[in-house]
Write a protein that binds this ligand. Sequence first.
Ligand SMILES: *Cc1c(COP(=O)(O)O)cnc(C)c1O
Length: 825
Amino acid sequence: MNYKISRIAETIHASLPSPADPDHEISILLTDSRSLTYPDQSIFFAIRTRNNDGHRYMRDLYDRGVRHFVARHIPDDMASATDAVILLVPSVTRALQDLARAHRSRFDIPVVGITGSRGKTTVKEWLYQLLSSDYSIVRSPRSYNSQIGVPLSIWELDTDTTMAIFEAGISLPDEMTALQGIIKPNIGIITNIGPEHADGFTSLRTKCDEKVILMRDCDVIIYNGDDRVISEAVSEACIPAKEIAWSTRDSDRPLFISAIRRHRETTDIDFSYLRTDGSVTIPFTSDADIQNAIHCLALMLYLNRPADITASRISQLAPVATRMEVKEGVNDCLVIYDAYTSDLNSLQPALDFLNRRRTGRRSVTAIISDVMHETLEPQRLYREVARLLTQRGVDRVIGVGEEISANSRYFPADSRFFPSTSVMLSEMSADDFDRELVLVKGASRFHFEMIAEMLEARQHETVLEVNLDALVSNFNLYRSMLRPTTGIICMVKASGYGAGSYELAKTLQAQGAAYMAVAVLDEGVELREAGITMPVMVMNPHVANYKTMFAYRLEPEVYSFGILREIIREGEKCGITDFPVHIKLDTGMHRLGFIPEEIPELIDLLRRQKVVRPHSLFSHLATADCPHLNSYTEGQLKLFDSMCAQIQSAFSHYIMRHILNSAGIARYPSHQYDMVRLGIGLYGVATLPGGEPAGLRTVSSLRTVIISIREWPAGTTIGYGCRGVCTRRSRIATIPVGYADGIDRHLGNGGMRVWINGHRCPSIGNICMDACMIDVTDADCQVGDRVEIFGDNVPVEDLSDVLDTIPYEMLTSVSTRVKRIYYRE
Ligand SMILES: *Cc1c(COP(=O)(O)O)cnc(C)c1O
């Protein structure tokens, strides 16, 4: 859809500056400078988030041809850009939302708004699968459901759109009102409300009330009537809408689910809707999928779709994969596997994800399948796909499918095309990929997981899986315990508590963390070279190479006169002034830091030089997680206050303070000062007795696969020293993980119980260097099945308790030879 710039200015209440051509047409709203494709038709919204500021990217975009901007002020480096048209507004996010609201109001079509904790994306995609042959549908790409994502999705509404489906997600109270005003759904679906995103909400009910706001102007609301919290929230909200509450118990509900029969791979659902009976079969069996399917069924019934059509389409629903995985691949490649639907809409976010991981010299290859049609005819569609890929720096395209092959002429010269995945796999091998970034993205019927597998460094092995969404959720949980202005320093020392610092830093930078703290300089250098721009603290800066430290602006922690003098001396040589440092005070940990008697000399030394400037004062609590030693902690806090006051009084600039670690945040929030240092809690490990704080999610899972199974008679001995003995006829599995991977030998002989297909199975015999044996007599399993050593099903504490240590040690013991895999849900 095109809008004249004069009309955009009027809608967002900005005045059009003089060089502007009022009739210039805009078709693209840009909020991320990396997504630029058509400079001439784009208008850039310089949005400021907690951690980033769009104003910083205006000049770069101007140099790349963008001439239209919405901003709060004109940045200094734009002063010379006299032909830029900058619309000035008090809030750029608000302006974006205003524009979306105005755009939405032009459409009188069914608009479905989906909210809930889980299942939003699945319901959205399934409705699309069910209805796309009856309607021309616009839907939010991937899970674009935020305060910025929703307006961008709304913008996709075009004159030929006949239905829209949008997700609305909220992470803080009061956000839904804004989203409701933009989406204005007339059909509302509440999927389910669970504690998953434990966040800024005080209770399930408050969260539910907030979600119900989306339904305010709906003609119909679809929800699970068996869920008491949702039912109460809906009825108390007194919305005049028709309700389709479905129930498996109450036959008076409009949609009564009379029977659910699970088979091996399908489930039959019998129902009666307004006294007419019916039945559908879905190709899924999990509770979550059944619920999601019932929501979709309810909408099909409401829309009066013929029963036979509904049943036949529902029986063909395809799974929705929302995972985006980053894996180390063969020949030093980095593989990004996106199993989400393949359409033009979802290609852009995948390319953005890819571009954020572009490091140094690697070239970029995209392996893509036929793209779903939507409304474009194939030629235009593939010309657009090719253009998008080239604009985002893809050097080579490997196209799989009849259609994309027929349109190969639009793609870069050394691209290759194959009619099917199997032909591609027979003609290409891992050797065709070398030191490149590879995007693998295909429609589910192309089974691109086979390509992803071919590109994986080693297929059947032990990996540490890191769930970046769980990391974000934990970060937000701690953030919700703090004042909004308190900065969070994320401790990614020991390579992110074993999880690998770069991907974590990348994710946390985007979430608005104030600082990253690494253990040694090399870790900091690695982050900088990989493109991490946020402030970084180095906890043990003792290094030979101070030049690098200064050049990369890695801020050292200063814990002794020795190190302070060394930094000053080296800084003088390099002509450095005012370099930020963080002064460590010893208030009771007795590890590192200045003690009270040293403060006068410290002040004196700092005041006599210009190389460094104290940026923060901090200390570390020794007993924050020991409630029986509260008085020790309180003594430390008191001493910290007085030491800080003494130092601060000697300087005219404000010096920040921080002392709380994860346990401290939960127990002493009144001492959050300017920042806190969050470590183990980020990784989902509770620090307080009773598993508090509640709502943390597991970030790291160590998993492997069964590589062999054999059955032995009673009395057989297993492994070195015949230490394992089968007490009955036993099935013994071997898994490729041993003490060289970080599995302590004390976990042998029943010390650990791994998770296989729903069963906890004990180790048997001694742990070997590269393998160990598991008694799987009671589990239904075979070679190739997945084994979880710790993760969602086996708390890491189970293992650290056996070893008489703490989860920190278990997490950081997973050796570097274990490959790390990062994913988002
Ligand atoms: C490790 C560390 C933290 C984080 O502690 P957690 O208990 O993991 O939250 C904070 N500050 C310092 C100085 C640390 O060394």
